[in-house]
Design a protein around this ligand. Sequence first.
Ligand SMILES: [Zn+2]
Length: 142
Amino acid sequence: MIAFDLKCKNNHTFEGWFDDNEALEQQQKDGLIECPICNTKQVVKIFSSFAIKESTLPTAGQPSKVDFAEIGRQIIEYVKTNTDDVGSDFTKEALKIHYGVSKPRSIRGVSTPNEEKILKEEGIDFLKVPIPVLPSESDQDA
Ligand SMILES: [Zn+2]
């Protein structure tokens, strides 16, 4: 079934459902379509919009899955290559940059909830990215 937008000679617009375009034209020819508002049979089809209603949706392959793990990996990779690792000095360094003491640059590091509060109070924008802790060399002994 296809829904067509129709318009009568008095500019009333309405929607009609037809098997296909031919069915619409046939019914138009036979004078079977009339305006529900003024009942005129002088109705034309508007091409602007239509919807296709299918009883069975086509199964054109699986919808592409979003690989969040891959996106996360790329974000971490980007952050690592584009920021300076200042470790636990993150807040200190962010404040230094903020007040022009340090060279403006993107940094990464760790901060405590208290330090994050300070950054927020100072109006410093920062982005928290959960970075998985990779097994360090010291862990390999276990
Ligand atoms: Zn009408």
